[in-house]
Write a protein that binds this ligand. Sequence first.
Ligand code: NAD
Length: 355
Amino acid sequence: MQVFGATEQAGHERILFAQDHESGLKAIIAVHSTVLGPALGGTRFYPYDREEDALADVLRLSRAMTRKNAAAGLEHGGGKGVIIGDPRTRKSERLLRAYGRVIESLGGDYVTAEDVGTTIADMEVIGRETRHVTGTARDIGGSGDPSPTTALGLVAAMRGTARFLWGSADLSCRHMAIQGVGKVGGAFARLLAAAGARLTIADVNERAVATLADELGADIADPGAIHAVDCDVFAPCALGGALNSETVPELRCAAVLGSANNQLADDGLAADLAARDILYVPDFIVNAGGVINLAEEIGRQYQPERAEGHVEAIEASVTDLLARARETGATPLDEAIALADRRIREAGPLPAAAS
Ligand code: NAD
């Protein structure tokens, strides 16, 4: 068995396997890169079927965080943690504190935050054992739930995209189709409605979608057909993989821009979208508001106005990125990857790419 140099581990600085028999903790922390600063990324608590699935997930997610943090201009590298188990039955103070001690043992190379299966309250418990945690509650001086700031970043990205495509950042004449109106998608819909946009929304949670449609005067689409709505912008704000070989040919929009991570089932689809003259604004650029907000809490007093100022800058970054892509003929995805790689290269060696 090859331990070092396995392809999927290429480029990772550290991979820590940790267990605590008392609490049942089984965790993996992957520090992909600290070239730009301490690795920042959330902790996913998930009932993986197999331990190798957890390892594959943490390696993939930590690598993606390096790219997202670099492209967002943060002084942070990429990392991620996973705790194996069902958070509904396995989570306890003892386990979270044991996990906090594991993070502390990394001496600040990894800073954690909430992710799928972990909450703001969990961060407070982890924080009893380590300072290297962010995304704690506002009432204890933390940055709180990142979702509203992520939504703010999406609107900023939307304005930048509208200016690029239609010469005006005004969203009042735009029709947006939003897939998933949870924490981010719901907040995004409210901000767009306030900007006068026309909305069509979909969610597998029928009650949530009906209530929001009522509140905002939005149309409702079937969750299986929202991607095919004739609109200006399709916004995937639910799960990853919304853009795949079946949905891409059915799109009837000018652009795709949403919060979901890993929207493209495979990166090659960016070229298919470009061939269909659909502008894909890369997910890790437009959904960076959440991590920008989290970074604002690290090592200093969190100030919402300063965080919002940084998030608003996504508008200009998106306009620049799209203009550069038009100039070079590359897809915005390739340009965004090049931007992140350039930043890391200027600061230090680029982690080896995994194939
Ligand atoms: P959430 O769980 O609050 O919302 C997701 C919503 O999508 C839910 O309402 C769910 O019912 C709905 N949904 C699930 N499957 C669906 C389907 N097939 N069709 C339509 N709707 C469906 O999660 P969230 O925090 O709003 O995050 C949404 C996405 O944005 C995720 O991919 C997440 O990784 C990403 N993201 C979130 C943040 C953040 O700050 N929360 C930051 C960056 C990226």
